[in-house]
Design a protein. Sequence first.
Lengths: 550, 330
Amino acid sequence: MSLKWRIAIIFGLIAASIWTLFPRTVVERVKRNGEFVYDTVRRVPLKRGLDLQGGMHLALEIDESKGAVADKGRAIDDALTVVRNRLDEFGVSEPVVQKAGADRIIVELPGIDDPRRAQDVVQKSAYLEFQITDETQALEKALPRLDAVLKDKKVATGTATGGQRDSAPAAPGLQSLFTADTTKKTDSTRTDSAATATAGGPGAFSKLIQQGRMPGEFYVAQSDIPLLTQYLTMPEVQAVLPPGKVVRWSSDTVSLGNSIYRPIYVLDAKPIITGEYITDAKPNSDPIEGNLVQFTMNNEGARRFRTETARHIKDYMAIVLDQRVMGQPPVIQSAIGANGQITMGGKPLQAAQDLALVLRAGSLPVPLKVVDMVQIGASLGQDSIKKGITAGIIAIALVILIMVGYYRFAGVLAVAGLVLYILYTLAALAGFNAVLTLPGLAGFILSIGIAVDANVLIFERIREELAHGKTIRTSVDEGFRHAMSAIVDSEVTTALTAAVLYQYGTGPVRGFAVTLLAGIAASLITAIFVVRTFFLVWLNRSPNTRTLSI
Amino acid sequence: MLRILHDTNYDFIRWWKWAIGITVAFLVIGLGSLVIKPPNWSIEFTGGTLMQVEFNQPADVARIRSSLDNAGIHGAEIQQFGSNREYTVRAQDAAHVQTQASGAESIAVKIESVLKQQFGADQLRIVRTEAVGPRVGEELRRGAIIAILISFLITMIYLAIRFDWRFGAAALIATAHDIIGTVAFLALMRLEISLTVVAGLLTVLGYSLNDTIIIFDRVRENLRKGRKESFYETLNRSINETLPRSILTHATALASTIALLIFAGEVLRPFAWVMTFGIITGTFSSIYIAAPVLLWIERKWPRKTGGVRQSSSTAMPTSPTRRSPATATR
C-alpha cells in the first residue's frame, strides 16, 4: 500500500470519527415545567448509562401472590404494552421498556428525579370499578359471627404487621391499638389513654368500626387500621364476611372531632361497570372538589353506564381504583352517560395527572412486582463522570511520561497513536450506539494503559533488530512483522473474555465488555497501521538517517 | 537509547522454590480466610438492599443504626462512604432478602422513610438505591459462574489451538493461579465481590494469559534456533529477553489501574484493586508458575521427535548452586 493511501485512510478515519462524535442537534423529549415536550438538544452523541446519567432501572415480573396467572406469556406481553403506553407519556427523555427473557419487563428511566412516583405509574394496576354500596346492612348482620370468630381465635396477640398494601400511616405502636375501647357510634372524644381492653375480648371486630354517613360506610380510627387490616386477611374472618359483598378501604381520611378516621366500605361484589371502556381521561382542578380526573367512555360503555345507573337511582356509587374507594361515593341523582369524574381528595394535581395517564393507557392485566431496582441520583452520575475523567487524564499523562521517557521519538509516535486510539474508540462507541457505563468508563481508562502494549512489543522488536545490525528501515519492517503474532495473541485473549462478558453480563458489565471490544479494534488499527505509517512518513522524510530514537 | 534491564541474564528460575512457597502460603492464607469468613458478596449476588444516603449535616452512625433497628431492620451494615455526611446502608440478611421476594423495593422504602422521620425529610438525600430480589440475585450468581467457566473453557480451547499440550497446560495452570490468587487477594482485603469485580477477574484472566503467551512464544522461537543449551537455560533466556517488554507494558497498565484506584472514586475501587493485583500476579505467574511448570512437564514427559531438541538433559534446578557461571547475575 502506498504511503499516500495510508495517510488518506488515517485522515479518513479521523474525519469519520470527528463527524460521529461531533455535537449534533437531536430531537429529544425534555421535561419543561413538569410537562414533557419534544425539543432539539445539542449534544455529543455518546449514550450514557443510567449509572452515569442518573435514573432508574426496574425489573418487573408478574406478581402471583394474589392468585396464579394462567397465560403468563400473553399477560406479560399485554402488561408490556400498557407499561410502554404509560411511560411514553410520563415525561422521561428516553424511556426504555423491553421484555427480558420470557416473563420479565425491564424499564429504564434516565434522569428521573422522583423514583417513587415513577414506580407507582409503572406498577399501578389502574383497575377501575364502579360498585354500589351495600344497602342490606350485610356487615351489621354478620358482626356477631365476626366477633365470635375472633373470640375463638383469641387474637390477643395482635401483632399488627403494618397493613399489607396499606399506605396508611403506621400506628404509633402496639399500645395504642389496645386502647380502642370506644364502641360504635361515638364519633366524639376518644382519648388515646383510655381503658385497656384486651383485643379478642367481646366484640373484637365490632368495636373497631362505627357506622358512617351512608349505607355500607363505616369509620375506622386511624390507629385501628393495621389491626382491622390484619383481621380482614384472616381466612376465618373472610369466611364469615357477607357473601356477594366486598370490603374496600377508602383512599381518604375523614376527621371527626379531633380524631382521624379512614372509611371502609361494604360494596356489592359485582361492579356495575369497569374502567375498560374509558377512552380519555384528563386531570382538572375544581375550586370546590379539589383536584379530579374527568373521564370519557366509549359508546358501549356509555350505554351500559346509563342503563346501570338508571337502575340505581338514589343509591351510592363507589368509584374503586385498585380496590380503593376514591373519594366519598356520590349518590346517583339520575342516569349517567359517557362522562364522569373521580375526585382525588386532598392529593396534589400531579396525582391527578398520573391517574389520568394510567387510565388512558389502560389497566394492567396482571399485578406486577419489582424484582430488581437500581436508582442513581443525577449528581452521583455527574460525580462519577468527573472522577472518571480525572482518572483518565492522569492515566494518559502517566502513559505519555513512560512512553516518551523510555522510547523518546518512537514514544512520541506511540503517543500520537494513542490520541487517535482514544478518538477512534469513542467514535466506535458512538457509532454503534453503545452505552457508556461506569464500568465501561473504567474499562476505557484501563485500555489506555493496555493499548500501548502493542507499541511496546513492536518497539522492543525493532530495538532487537537494530541491535543485530540491520538498517533502520529493515528493522522497522521486521519489528512490525515479528511482533504481529504476539499482538494478535494479546488482542484475541482479551477479546475472548470481553465477548464472554458481553454475552453473560448485565447492563453495566456489558458496557465494560463493549468498551473493551471497541478498544481492541481501535488499538489494532492504531498500533499496526497508524503508528507504522508514522514511521514510514518519518523514514521517507529523512531517508539518510543513521539513528532512530527508540 | 534508554534501556531498562536490557541484555540481562538473571537466573529467574533458580528462585522457583521460593516463589512457589510464597505463592502457596498466600493462597492458603487467602483461601483459608474464606473458610473462616465467607467472601464479601455484593447485593447483586446475594439479593438485598443497598442505599447511599447523603446528609446535610455530619451524621452519627449510632443514630442511623438505632433508628433502623427501631424500624425492625436489624443487622444492616452502615459504612461511611467518603465524607462523614455520606453513608451506605446495606441490608443483606437472608430475612431481608426474603422480604424482597414480594417486592424488591420494600426494604428500601422502609429505610428511606425511617431515616427521613429520624433526621427530617429535607436533611438527607438518597443518592443511590440498589434493591435486588432473591430471584434476580440467584440469576446473577449463576450468570457470573457460567461466565467464568466459559471463559476458562474458551481459554483452554485457545491454548490447545495455539500451543502443544505442554505449553498449554503450563499456561493454564499459571492462569488458574492468577484467578485463585486474585480471589485470595479479594478475601484478604475484604473487598466486595460485585459483577464489576467479576468482570475485572475475567480481564485479569485474559491479561495474564497474554503475558504467559508472550514468554512462551519466545521460548518456542529460541527452541527452534537450536542453541546448545538446556531447556532450563532457554527458559531463562526467554524470560530475560522479554523482560524490558514486560516491564514497560506492566508499567503502563499499572499507570492506568493506579489512576483508577486513586482518582476514580469508591464505586470503582474494588475493580481497580482487582486489576492492579491481577497485573502484578500475572507478571509473577508468567515467570514463576508457568516457566517452572513447563520445565517440570518437559522433564516428566520429554519430547521425542520434532525439531525441538531432546530436553531430557534438562535438570530441575533442585540445587541452585549447580548452575553454570553463564547464569550468574551481574
